[in-house]
Design a protein around this ligand. Sequence first.
Ligand SMILES: C[S@@+](CC[C@H](N)C(=O)[O-])C[C@H]1O[C@@H](n2cnc3c(N)ncnc32)[C@H](O)[C@@H]1O
Length: 230
Amino acid sequence: MYKIGSTKEVLYTEQKDLTEEQIIVTRQTYERNADRYVLNYERRDGALDEARLFTLDPFLREFEKQGLEGKILFTGCGSGRDMEEAVKQGFSVVGIDTSLHMINIGKIMGIKSPMMEMDMERMDFPENSFRGIFCETAIAHIRKKDIPSLLASFRRVLTPDGLLLVTFRKGNGFVYMTEDKVGGRRYYTSMSRKRADKYLLESGFEIIGKSSHKVGSRPPYYNLIAINKK
Ligand SMILES: C[S@@+](CC[C@H](N)C(=O)[O-])C[C@H]1O[C@@H](n2cnc3c(N)ncnc32)[C@H](O)[C@@H]1O
């Protein structure tokens, strides 16, 4: 199965898209190992600084620059590290994640903003509920073929001219797997920058910011900031 290539931490499969089973395995990994994920990744030393530098602060500064006010939805919020920082900076936030364990850790750690167990592919919010959506990395855990409908539902819950940050895993287009400190396997899609841009543009977003960054020996992240043109 793993014949495309590998790095120290990453094994590529010969598939172009995730299977249902890989999505379930990934969700179970987050759920069963949430405490270790939070300790080793989300809240390890320096992780918040990285998030602020590469994604969170650029998004929040753009939110201000666009003159936006109101709630920001964090999809795949984990234990809420970035939500917590956004609140410290004066923003109003809501978080959703498929892992109840992650959310409970966030609540135990003192997060007071709403955090819900919810699949971002099946969001239960009225139209125009949010002025911003911050979707850092979780999009790599859904099928490529489902990205257009995910982006359509992001547009639906975002107000006109609302702001989106979305982080893709940049790569050769193949699905890859990590089996690491958290225990359990996680599967991700990877794609070119061109393909990621195309998803957003075809969904009706206007891209206003692009950047890439890399942490450790994993594939680089590709971050897009975009406006919901309604
Ligand atoms: C790579 S982690 C990122 C967590 C956090 N944003 C961070 O930067 O550390 C991905 C998170 O997305 C969640 N997730 C995966 N698929 C999801 C989905 N369809 N809807 C909501 N959350 C999802 C996982 O449970 C996990 O907490």
